[in-house]
Ligand binder design. Structure first.
Ligand code: OGA
Ligand code: MN
Length: 330
């Protein structure tokens, strides 16, 4: 198999499985050819269809909230070959992106949220990841790259993959409100953010292929919001045997996995540097949210070599009040 025809060669494609694509795009030596990675902006590939028909923007939809731009400027894409997958091209202002990056680093990386580094026993009771990161000492250098994930709301259990009523913390108000804005605009009414994973990627991080099926409510869409450096996102089929589409996800981009696409294999084989750095560009007209400038300066250093993904899920069925409420059982 030569590099150049990896994705284009139809014959190969039929026999090529998710893991082959993952391995191809993950490879450092040789590095992958990026010609087949779908760039939503150029929208030149057949799989992409701009289709905002289903979006009810007849209501007065909101400008200037939670760091989002006016909804009239949003570009929304659907994929003819991937029913249910929705891509919103960065609906955030620059300052909005800074707000969410800072939130993820300063606020979501501490109790009551759970972190991968809790198990490392390196943070004292008086400290948190952000206070150590800010202190710029030896410990800070050691800890900065170790943060990989935080779980909010119903805590994702990485071993059992089941949520538990005994293992949850509040979903931050602003995160739920922002996601509700997105979901209402797209016509998914009644969405409630009940669990979130914040994934912190360094330049060499990957996320292996998986399906998210822990949620009781698989009918509700899943929102995946990314900031910082660019990812190659791979989305395959319902089984691991099917091929995958590689798609660039850039800072501010929102992916919504709804309907059938909610059950597709997906993963992140590679992080690439973003040349555009749109979160750094100042636009005073867009100052629709407050970000502390000292905190942003620190967060800005971090995101120069990192990507953050907030993965937001509804866990309960509509009308269900807790996981012990059997309302949903048939
Ligand atoms: C996840 C996930 C994708 C991303 O957290 O389940 O699929 O883009 N994240 O980081
Ligand atoms: Mn996922």
């Amino acid at each position: 198999m030569t590099e150049t025809n990896f994705v284009n060669n139809k014959k190969k494609k039929e026999n090529t499985m998710f893991k082959d694509y993952f391995k191809y795009y993950k490879s450092r030596n040789p590095p992958p050819k990026l010609d087949d990675v779908i760039d939503i902006d150029s929208a030149c590939k057949k799989v992409i269809q701009v289709d905002v028909k289903d979006v009810d923007n007849t209501k007065t939809f909101i400008v200037d909230k939670w760091g989002l731009k006016a909804t009239s400027t949003w570009k929304i894409y659907k994929f003819t070959d991937i029913p249910g997958l929705i891509f919103i091209r960065n609906p955030f202002t620059s300052i909005g992106q800074r707000y969410w990056i800072t939130k993820c680093l300063r606020d979501y990386s501490r109790k009551p949220n759970k972190l991968n580094i809790d198990a490392h026993d390196i943070i004292d009771d008086q400290e948190n990841w952000w206070s150590i990161y800010k202190s710029d000492n030896e410990k800070s250098k050691n800890i900065v790259g170790k943060l990989r994930w935080a779980t909010l709301g119903y805590h994702h259990n990485w071993d059992t993959k089941y949520y538990s009523e005994n293992d949850k913390s509040p979903v931050p108000y602003e995160l739920n409100e922002m996601t509700k804005l997105l979901s209402n605009y797209l016509g998914f009414n009644n969405f409630n953010a009940e669990a979130a994973i914040v994934n912190y990627y360094r330049m060499n991080s990957t996320l292996a292929g998986h399906v998210d099926h822990s949620e009781n409510n698989m009918d509700a869409p899943l929102f995946s919001i990314s900031f910082g450096q660019t990812a190659i996102f791979l989305i395959g089929g319902l089984s691991q045997q099917e091929p995958a589409y590689p798609i660039y996800i850039k800072s501010g981009d929102v992916i919504v996995m709804s309907g059938e696409s909610r059950l597709r294999y997906h993963g992140v084989p590679k992080i690439l540097r973003d040349e555009n750095l749109n979160w750094k560009q100042d636009n005073p007209d867009e100052a629709n949210i407050f970000v502390d400038s000292d905190d942003w300066n620190k967060a800005s250093d971090y995101i120069d070599d990192a990507r953050i993904n907030i993965n937001i899920r509804q866990v309960l069925k509509i009308g269900q009040t807790s996981l012990t409420d059997n309302y949903h059982s048939n």
